[in-house]
Design a protein around this ligand. Structure first.
Ligand code: C2E
Ligand code: MG
Ligand code: MG
Ligand code: MG
Length: 283
């Protein structure tokens, strides 16, 4: 009897696994066609300095599936990473972002803003990444100094010297680099020293409980002072409340992003947000 139960449980999980795998394969296929039929778009989340000025935005990718509706980036980015589709998707995102930056450069109210773009490790390591990005910046006639690339600690799986060289090639034109989700991956202080980074982004998982969890508070304080002593800007992600903002500012953090100021916005919403004098809550 017990044996039978075990076997049917096994069959159940087997079926579930098969179903989940089929679902992922279907999504992967839908992503490929969806990218060509305009189902993907970017949204822009404002980034602010400690005076409450919007200094730029992070471009975040969205997918509206014709039947399933909005698919979370946590789901589709993961599938894209595992299937290699991230190379095409990432290139498309970078292209859209450069077009947006070009549009901004034509408008005196927007020309000073930076745009941050997430670049996956796979995309960054690909031999085409550097030449494609150089071409793109030239074709779109953007000022490279307005483009910021967000890398995660997962890039460190590869040779640090090679990473640094590639970064340097882009930095020499003015492109900035930010280390995203800082503290959640495999950073060693040695990497931080050897890479030409401009900014650390404190992951939202540390910001969330910074008021109530003294461990998170200590980590955040340490990250801010680490950034300071390495000469890096420090941006806190996922700032949702005034008290989090107060804490972070008090500890010397000077750049912020989060729902307290704005959620990710369409380009039109982002522009009207700026026109209305930026955030309603003043930093
Ligand atoms: P991320 O780059 O760390 O982006 C920040 C995420 O936090 C975004 O989630 C944003 O919507 C969310 N967020 C912003 N403020 C708050 C807040 O105050 N509270 C909370 N709880 N969340 C906040 P999103 O848009 O769902 O993106 C998730 C992740 O997917 C991104 O994390 C990034 O790793 C990845 N992603 C998104 N777009 C792209 C892309 O174009 N390329 C690549 N490679 N990855 C992307
Ligand atoms: Mg990011
Ligand atoms: Mg992040
Ligand atoms: Mg994240």
């Amino acid at each position: 009897q017990a044996k039978n139960d075990g076997r049917s449980t096994y069959r159940f999980f087997d079926r579930e696994l098969q179903r989940a795998m089929a679902e992922r394969m279907a999504l992967e296929q839908d992503m490929r066609t969806g990218l060509h039929s305009g189902e993907f778009y970017l949204v822009y989340q404002p980034q602010l300095d400690s005076r409450g000025q919007v200094i730029g935005a992070e471009a975040l990718c969205r997918w509206k599936h014709p039947q399933k509706g909005m698919v979370s980036p946590a789901v589709f980015i993961d599938i894209a990473e595992k299937s290699g589709f991230i190379l095409q998707l990432g290139q498309w995102v970078l292209e859209q972002a450069c077009r947006t930056l070009y549009g901004w450069s034509m408008d005196p109210r927007l020309a000073r803003l930076t745009l941050a773009v997430n670049v996956s490790a796979q995309q960054f390591h690909h031999p085409d990444f550097l030449p494609q990005t150089l071409d793109l910046m030239r074709e779109c006639r953007i000022n490279p100094a307005k483009l910021e690339l967000e890398l995660t600690e997962s890039i460190f799986a590869q040779d640090v010297e090679q990473i640094a060289e590639k970064m340097q090639a882009l930095k020499s034109l003015g492109v900035c680099f930010s280390l995203d989700d800082f503290g959640t991956g495999y950073s060693s202080l040695n990497y931080l020293k050897r890479l030409p980074l401009d900014q650390l982004k404190i992951d939202q998982s540390f910001v969330r409980d910074v008021i109530t969890d003294s461990f998170d508070a200590s980590i955040v304080v340490a990250m801010i002072s680490l950034g300071e002593s390495l000469g890096l800007k420090v941006l806190a992600e996922g700032v949702e409340t005034e008290s989090q903002l107060e804490f972070l500012r008090g500890k010397g953090c000077s750049l912020f992003q989060g729902y307290l100021f704005a959620k990710p916005l369409s380009e039109a919403e982002f522009q009207s947000y700026l026109q209305q004098g930026g955030p309603q809550v003043h930093a």
